[in-house]
Design a binder for this molecule. Structure first.
Ligand SMILES: [Zn+2]
Length: 261
């Protein structure tokens, strides 16, 4: 017998699986996450060192260009020395020459510092690159393995989309619209299993496993006997009994991580 509730449970389950498949296809699989993080971290370290080398190189070039300019200026001043006629002019020119010499010394120091920085970074990057090679190999191997798995997951996603269409057709329209409204509002977790809670003195109670609000016994009967779509009084999700429908509620519950947070 095809009760609306059973179909809706299966629909939610298929949507969960589709979302998982799509998330996987859009990113990297869980089993690759650790290596991927390691790979990115090392890659970034190397990139950062390469950046340091590049910056130092530019700085050195700039210092060298500055030195060349200053030396031209110095030559010019030294030529002018022979042409000065007054003591004042001579003194002023000597002052200029001193200033330029000071500039050259400063630029030489800058160039040297940049060179030292670049040498240190070069040494470090060589070391890191050597250590990175092994990681790179492992990463490429996992990447290849992941590429091999992708078509299977894409095929699964395709089948799930088809199945979802079939299930959508099967659910009566008002029920479907109802489900989809809740699905959107709850960010993909429209269903809530009913949990049994044992109370003191052997009393049994039932509550919604998502929000823990009580579920009235007659609701339980309605779901059990007629497979009706009944919402939780508090979180408004569609209630179902564990073991109903596909029997995969546990997965349905854990699949939509958002609701658990
Ligand atoms: Zn609830």
């Amino acid at each position: 017998m095809n009760r609306p509730l059973d179909t809706v449970i299966e629909l939610q389950h298929a949507l969960d699986r589709l979302r998982r498949a799509e998330t996987q296809l859009g990113g990297i699989p869980d089993w690759m996450k650790e290596l991927d993080a390691q790979y990115r971290e090392r890659r970034e370290e190397i990139d950062s060192l390469e950046h340091t080398i590049e910056t130092a190189r530019t700085e050195r070039k700039e210092a060298e260009a500055g030195i060349a300019d200053a030396q031209e200026k110095l030559k010019r001043y030294q030529r002018q020395i022979n042409e000065v006629t007054t003591q004042r002019e001579y003194g002023a020119l000597l002052q200029e020459i001193d200033t330029v010499k000071g500039q050259i010394a400063g630029l030489e120091e800058q160039g040297l510092a940049a060179l030292e920085r670049s040498e240190a970074a070069k040494g470090a990057v060589e070391e890191k690159r050597a250590a990175f090679r092994d990681l790179e190999d492992r990463y490429q191997a996992e990447l290849a393995r992941w590429d091999g798995e992708k078509p299977g997951i894409a095929e699964e996603a395709r089948k799930l989309r088809e199945r979802i269409e079939v299930l959508r057709e099967r659910v009566p329209r008002p029920h479907l619209a109802h489900f989809e409204r809740i699905y959107d509002r709850t960010h993909g977790r429209a269903m809530a299993p009913i949990r049994k809670v044992e109370r003191a003195r052997g009393a049994t109670m039932w509550h919604c496993a998502v929000c823990h609000y009580n579920v009235r016994p007659q609701v339980l009967v309605e779901i059990q006997d007629r497979g009706s779509l009944v919402q939780c009084d508090s979180c408004k999700r569609i209630l179902y009994l564990e073991g109903e429908g596909e029997g995969e509620e546990a997965e349905t519950v854990t699949a939509s991580g958002q609701a658990q947070a």
